[in-house]
Ligand binder design. Structure first.
Ligand SMILES: Cc1ncc(COP(=O)(O)O)c(C=O)c1O
Length: 373
């Protein structure tokens, strides 16, 4: 098989028709309103409230700053936030950058989301909040987490960066917890180039988010919070409006890619597709596959290297665990979260995007299957 040129990356952003983007850019140019809550920003906020089935939603320049603002707006006393280490580093950094101590809870072996059966033992008198992650768009066991949180009077802030459009038993993920953060980064199945949002059912909390994302301003002369600058601009909002128009088609096309992977790699001993929680819808944001080297005959890194040699760049999402990142050396003990550690050593996320050609999926699968000893 020939080396892929151009290479195949783990993802590729879907682009709306350029003429439609051009038309919105013309609107921006004629309004000369570029940021600070322009007309397109307002339209996108309204449309996303409906799409995500949430009463209040605030847009941000990216998901990470959305998460930092969401934590700040909880107005917590200093202390600990319980989260998981099997996530993108942003989740842990946001907690630390807001001045809290992350306390890592292990994940469920099937879904890699925070294990509610291990949550209560991590709660201490210094626990201030719980920050679970809907990993790969697979929703957490939200009922179990929230039952524990409410007994301990703790807010639950979901990192829903991967979970755009996902529902659990027909209920939108944004409808759970105190709030949910979504990332609209270009690598996500719904994007605004860079971007993010916080959804919440709490009107007063949503009002606080306005301040945190805009230097604390609530009116011209009224600066209530020590806020930063995390506003979404009009060019991002334009991309978001168009991608929303095509979102259902995006998911449909991703579902075809996912089905082809499953068909090609079905029944290979030691290779496992990640199961989906019962009642959860799927957005096919990622294509994670786990390898058991003792059964499969090659480990995750060997499969990754074999793909790389053919110009195909899968990603080790999420390796290392956030608790193992060099910047946190010596602070956390990854042995306390053995399931997460095992996951981080065995999962490879294969290329996944709407227009990934069927023949490329077939080639990827052939290389993966060929790694078997
Ligand atoms: C789980 C998770 N949390 C937070 C973020 C941060 O989002 P952003 O890249 O939009 O800042 C990302 C993604 O990139 C993510 O995957």
């Amino acid at each position: 098989m020939q080396k892929k040129d151009p290479p195949i990356l783990v993802t590729r952003p879907s682009m709306p028709p350029v003429e439609e983007y051009e038309a919105l850019v013309r609107e921006i140019f004629s309004s000369r309103y570029l940021t600070n809550g322009g007309a397109l920003h307002l339209r996108l906020e309204t449309a996303l409230k409906e799409k995500l089935a949430t009463p209040h939603l605030r847009l941000f320049t990216n998901g990470h700053l959305a998460l930092e603002c969401a934590i700040a707006a909880l107005h917590l006393e200093p202390g600990e936030i319980i989260t998981t280490p099997f996530t993108f580093i942003s989740t842990t950094h946001a907690i630390v950058r807001c001045g809290f101590t992350p306390v890592f809870c292990d994940v469920e072996p099937d879904f890699f989301t925070l294990d509610a059966t291990k949550l209560e033992e991590r709660i201490t008198p210094r626990t201030r909040a719980i920050l679970p992650v809907h990993v790969y768009g697979n929703p957490c066991d939200m009922d179990a987490i929230e039952e524990i949180a409410s007994r301990h009077n703790l807010p639950v802030l979901y990192d829903a960066a991967h979970a755009f459009g996902v529902t659990l038993h027909g209920r939108a993920v944004a409808d759970f917890g105190t709030a949910s953060m979504f990332s609209f980064h270009a690598t996500k199945c719904y994007h605004t180039i860079e971007g993010g949002a916080v959804a919440t059912g709490d009107a007063a909390y949503a009002e606080l988010l306005n301040g945190y994302k805009n230097f604390g301003f609530h009116a011209d002369d009224e600066i209530r919070e020590v806020g930063g600058n995390a506003k979404m601009n009009e060019f991002q909002a334009a991309m978001g409006l168009l991608n929303l128009r095509y979102f259902d088609r995006e998911i449909e096309r991703r579902a075809h890619v996912a089905a082809r992977y499953r068909e090609n790699l079905a029944g290979i001993a030691g290779l496992r597709f990640r199961p989906v929680r019962e009642g959860a819808s799927q957005n096919h944001a990622y294509m994670p596959v786990s390898f058991n080297p003792f059964v499969f005959g090659a480990n995750r890194d060997q499969v990754s290297d074999a793909l790389k040699a053919h110009g195909i760049f899968a990603r080790k999402y999420f390796y290392p665990l956030t608790s193992e990142a060099a910047c946190y050396a010596g602070r956390f003990d990854p042995a306390e979260t053995p399931i997460a550690r095992e996951a981080s050593q065995s999962v490879l996320t294969l290329p996944m995007y709407a227009d990934l050609a069927r023949s490329d999926v077939d080639d990827i699968c052939e290389i993966v299957a060929g790694c078997r000893k």
